[in-house]
Write a protein of this length. Structure first.
Length: 201
């Protein structure tokens, strides 16, 4: 049975031999576990997890794949990814509802937050509605001109909205009509430490 032991050991900086030494088994045993030639028991997974600083579930089960909705630039403007652009997804070992998608920030290799991944629910996007959970929360929204941005959303009378840019002091737009808005559920910065990976195709 295939598992994630080899990937997690590599991420934690362990060679097969070092992992074998730490667990008190032969390198051949670790190799067989890593390749799936010998099935891991729950006890094996628990022992490896304790050494590698993860959970047994991360070793035993495939990470969740989440499609990428778009790419965000340094101005927090989102460019959606279409099927013609090619598929891009991220994987991670967190449990979320099936309707979640990701937005990846690309604002220059030297930027401290380049590669940040924002996770959003897609149902408000598909249903073209403003989710009430966006009120005073970091959210992604589409304006009437079809541009997509991040912001804090505040409802106004008559179905209009005020948007505050959390990254620019005093940047506020009022009396906006929104096509949809969805809350940011989670954002990750140091993806390699969390086991979050981007996958092309």
């Amino acid at each position: 049975m295939v598992n994630n032991l080899k990937t997690i050991a590599k991420r934690a900086g362990f060679t097969g031999k070092a992992l074998a030494d730490e667990r008190g088994v032969t390198p051949e045993t670790v190799s067989r576990h890593m390749t799936g030639r010998v099935r891991l028991s729950l006890e094996d997974a628990g022992d490896y997890a304790a050494i590698l600083g993860c959970t047994p579930e991360e070793i035993l089960f495939d990470p969740r794949t989440v499609p990428v909705f778009g790419i965000c630039d340094g101005n927090h403007t989102v460019t959606p990814i279409s099927a013609a652009d090619g598929a891009l997804s991220v994987t991670f070992n967190l449990t979320m509802t099936p309707d979640v998608a990701a937005i990846i920030k690309r604002n220059g290799a030297s930027a401290w937050n380049n590669g940040t991944i924002y996770f959003i629910p897609l149902s408000p996007v598909k249903e073209k509605r403003v989710d009430p959970r966006t009120t005073n929360r970091l959210s992604v929204y589409r304006k009437d001109d079809d541009s997509i941005h991040f912001g804090l959303i505040y409802p106004e009378p008559a179905g209009l909205f005020t948007i505050s840019d959390p990254w620019s002091a005093g940047a506020v737009e009022q009396n906006l009509t929104l096509k949809w808005a969805t809350p940011v559920l989670l954002q990750t910065y140091q993806n390699e430490l969390l086991g979050v990976e981007e996958i092309d195709g």
